[in-house]
Ligand binder design. Structure first.
Ligand SMILES: Cc1ncc(COP(=O)(O)O)c(C=O)c1O
Length: 376
């Protein structure tokens, strides 16, 4: 095997996907409650996304960011209009979107600190990693980018950390990789007030929570707190790689030509895919269903033997297992009930099903989890 061993991969080779279902090379069928880590939110190979990609691939695939393309400008418009109303910088991944955000807030307040929250995850590139206060991920790669301060996710800690040297507070509204922990609205309000008082920028990393995952197009829309910028990626491309930094009007003029760039970012094929995803997910009826399905899913999980601390928002859900190894259970789920879930920690299983899942499929996923947890 020629791959560098950066992942503890499961021994499964997937060859086909449709909606919530995946098939492996031996023809086994699986129910997907992970969606490539919150990427395939419209399900695998959604016909509208496939058709947009096919059509655009036959017209124009790449010209670089030295020029305009219609899909890119239309997508930027749509992202801005659906959220903060400022400007958009396209990237190719979540970490890259965060790099853009970090450069923007540092350019605005040069030499300024970036306050981040314990339990947060922002990616693996150097800036994003420096914003991810986890010893095991950071320590082997020191020295990191300087100027990051991690605080506990409490209103008091955030308020105390922000002053006139703070460039930004960067946080996830629901912390995904550390196990789906909803950050309290009081913490978000404290961050907003502290940033306003000291002229710092408030940036929400909506890479996992965005594009409808929590039951509103953007997670911040359920909190009463509006950030100055947000980052998105994952589900935006419907399975193709894309990331974006979206600013509010106040930050739209910070970057000037030459400040940042990317050869591929926002290319016409991925932009067409993202526009198709937008058409599917920016839909109040679908979002209301995600909220209702999320509640029903959490209620059903509460009933499972050995499942505890059920939590989440919309269809971003996790629970802890008592006296069991979550990574071991995730491996067994693949082999026996043929369910794709992932462990975010030694005792935590996370569910990120498609936002287009049928209720019967979600019920079936819960039944398979029940079988898994009941088996000794
Ligand atoms: C909240 C959050 N930010 C950033 C990232 C990094 O995104 P990517 O893996 O596309 O670089 C992730 C990925 O899981 C994430 O969940």
């Amino acid at each position: 095997m020629s791959l560098l061993p950066t992942y503890a991969r499961f021994d499964v080779e997937f060859v086909r996907g449709e909606g919530m279902r995946l098939w492996d090379a031996d023809g086994n069928e699986y129910l997907d409650c992970l969606t490539g880590i919150s990427v395939s939110s419209v399900g695998h190979c959604h016909p509208a996304v496939v058709e947009a990609i096919r059509d655009q691939a036959g017209r124009l695939m790449h010209v670089s960011n030295l020029f305009y393309t219609e899909p890119m400008t239309r997508l930027a418009e749509r992202l801005s209009r659906s959220s903060l109303g400022g400007g958009v910088f396209f990237a190719n991944s979540g970490a890259e979107a965060n790099e853009a955000a970090l450069k923007l807030v540092r350019k605005r307040r040069q030499g300024g600190d970036v306050v981040v929250l314990h339990g947060g995850f922002h990616g693996r590139t150097y800036g994003a990693l420096s914003a991810t206060p986890q010893e095991s991920k950071q320590a082997p790669f020191a020295p990191l980018v300087p100027g990051f301060r991690a605080v506990e996710p409490t209103a008091g800690a955030v308020a105390a950390a922000v002053d006139e040297r703070t460039a930004a507070v960067v946080l996830e509204v629901v912390q995904g990789e550390s196990g789906v922990h909803v950050v309290g609205d009081d913490v978000l309000r404290a961050a907003r007030e502290a940033c306003d008082a000291h002229g710092a920028a408030l940036v929400f990393d909506e890479i996992q929570t965005g594009m409808g995952r929590t039951g509103s197009l953007w997670a911040y829309q359920q909190t009463g707190v509006v950030p100055d910028a947000l980052t998105t990626a994952k589900a935006l491309g419907g399975g193709l790689p894309i990331g974006a930094l979206v600013t509010g009007p106040a930050l739209a003029e910070v970057f000037a030509p030459g400040d940042h760039g990317s050869t591929f970012a926002g290319g016409p094929v991925v932009a067409r895919a993202a526009l198709a995803v937008f058409d599917l997910l920016d839909d109040e009826a679908l979002l209301a269903r995600v909220r209702a399905q999320g509640e029903r899913l959490r209620a059903a999980l509460e009933e499972l033997p050995g499942a505890t601390a059920v939590r989440g928002r919309g269809l971003m859900v996790a629970f802890d297992v008592v006296d069991r190894s979550a990574p071991e259970l995730a491996g067994r789920a693949l082999r026996e009930p043929r369910l794709v879930v992932n462990a975010t920690g030694p005792q935590t299983l996370r569910l990120l099903p498609p936002l287009t899942a049928e209720q019967a499929q979600l019920d079936e996923a819960v039944a398979r989890l029940g079988a898994l947890l009941s088996a000794s």
